[in-house]
Write a protein that binds this ligand. Sequence first.
Ligand SMILES: Cc1cc2nc3c(=O)[nH]c(=O)nc-3n(C[C@H](O)[C@H](O)[C@H](O)COP(=O)(O)OP(=O)(O)OC[C@H]3O[C@@H](n4cnc5c(N)ncnc54)[C@H](O)[C@@H]3O)c2cc1C
Ligand SMILES: NC(=O)c1ccc[n+]([C@@H]2O[C@H](COP(=O)([O-])OP(=O)(O)OC[C@H]3O[C@@H](n4cnc5c(N)ncnc54)[C@H](O)[C@@H]3O)[C@@H](O)[C@H]2O)c1
Length: 473
Amino acid sequence: MAPFVNPAMTDTYDVIVIGGGSAGENAAQYAVEKTGLTCALIEAERVGGECSFWACMPSKALLRPLDVAGAANHLDGISSVTVQRDALLARRDTWRSDLDDSGQVEWAESLGIEVVRGRGRLAGQLRVDVESDAGVRHLRARHAVVLATGSEPVIPDDWAAVDPWTSRDATGVTEVPGSIAIIGGGVVACEAATWLNALGADVTLLVRGDRLLQRFEECASDAVAASLTEAGVRLRFGVTASEPERDAPDADRAVGRPHGGPVSVTIEGERVSFDEVLVATGRRPAAGDLGLAGVGLDPDDLDGRTRLADGLYAVGDVTGGPPLTHWGKYQARRVGEAIAARASGKDPGPVEPDDAVPVPQVVFTDPQVAQVGATAAEAADAGREVRVVDEEMSAAAGFGLLRDDASGHARLVIEGDRIIGATFVGAEVGELLHAATIAIVGRVPLATLRDAVPAYPTASEIWLRLVESAVRS
Ligand SMILES: Cc1cc2nc3c(=O)[nH]c(=O)nc-3n(C[C@H](O)[C@H](O)[C@H](O)COP(=O)(O)OP(=O)(O)OC[C@H]3O[C@@H](n4cnc5c(N)ncnc54)[C@H](O)[C@@H]3O)c2cc1C
Ligand SMILES: NC(=O)c1ccc[n+]([C@@H]2O[C@H](COP(=O)([O-])OP(=O)(O)OC[C@H]3O[C@@H](n4cnc5c(N)ncnc54)[C@H](O)[C@@H]3O)[C@@H](O)[C@H]2O)c1
């Protein structure tokens, strides 16, 4: 472990990381851990960032009990399990440490990383200004500056005017609206609809496209839509809600409570009113106020790359790459290690991930959707010659044991004799995904996968069916 440093009196560090979310934390850790480099981790809000306090952790803390209750209610031998609203919200609060980041600050300090509270901004090459209530501190980095400021929700202007809920209100819900419209049909919309519906809100999804989860295989969209509908969520496709107006906006509104009176909107010529509206229309890099222009860069330069200039890196959502915690942490490990290597006079090797590295993602709806690599449509768009192999998840006896009503689907996208994409839809399928990721990264030929024997009776036996179909077709 690096020796503890207390550079509070100095304004020069080896490394400066702006933004202490999961990506920034990892970049700092991998830069200092084995090198003893000094590092300032600048954080405007809470160390741990969106994932710990407003995104992954609270949302999954809300969704997991619903998943288990759903399974329990479909297993002979168990009588009905109900959701306890207050206890569920209390669990959410525990999993986000009651919005207290002291545990994460302690962790950073234990590695010798100095947490600097305030808002960081590039002030030139290897220079960062930090603004806080205490004034402006001018910092200098000897080796590298890492941008890790995350992303912010995209709120179209007409919606911004009614101060709608964003994902922070949905994950941080304390007062459940009687009715809520969700604008968007992506991951936030589908996951939030699941828990808001379970908490008792009357939920309507207003989707401008013709299906949910557009970036995923259609079988995933269909299964999630069917299950949300069965749970009582109203789904409207091909609609655009316009002319939003809010009654009695609340000037003292708090996160997680309705931001005032009802919001009325026009949908297909009809005026409809909801107690609240959640806008879940995507996110963009939080780079607007980072001083990029001062170092000759433009926010448009954020195109997923992590090395922006000599000594200047970006990791996590701010890169404009896939806005997923595990992807940001992967970028951060690579960048942190590269900084450490360079500072020790070693060749860091390539910092950017190879284009062939597949991005995995799990959507924690009921059913879960787990996807890695290319979908069939993405492969076709890229002009790749692929074939698909489809199987019903029920082809694996172990999957059927997970719940009495278990259903789902699995698809492999295959190029030549290798898997380049995989999708699983069904109960607990998130845990099946890494096998597919390894097969893709390892470029494992299908013939070799025949020797990867799945244990009986587990859901993994779906691999047996998929690989057999693939080698036969
Ligand atoms: C509702 C929801 C659920 C999600 N669930 C999942 C999931 O299950 N799995 C998954 O992989 N991903 C999930 N994501 C995506 C995931 O939350 C993000 O990809 C991840 O948090 C990005 O990490 P980051 O470190 O890049 O940014 P952030 O976590 O946003 O951290 C950036 C930090 O920088 C700070 N900051 C910003 N500007 C400055 C500045 N100028 N100076 C100092 N500090 C600054 C911020 O306060 C923040 O703490 C979810 C997203 C949402 C919205
Ligand atoms: N489990 C997870 O991994 C997880 C969970 C939540 C969020 N995330 C990530 O966070 C990011 C943000 O999620 P998200 O759901 O906000 O974005 P998204 O890109 O997944 O979905 C945005 C949705 O909004 C729609 N939309 C965009 N502009 C619109 C407009 N003007 N009017 C109406 N509809 C509009 C799009 O068609 C799409 O349906 C995503 O990249 C997502 O993968 C991941």
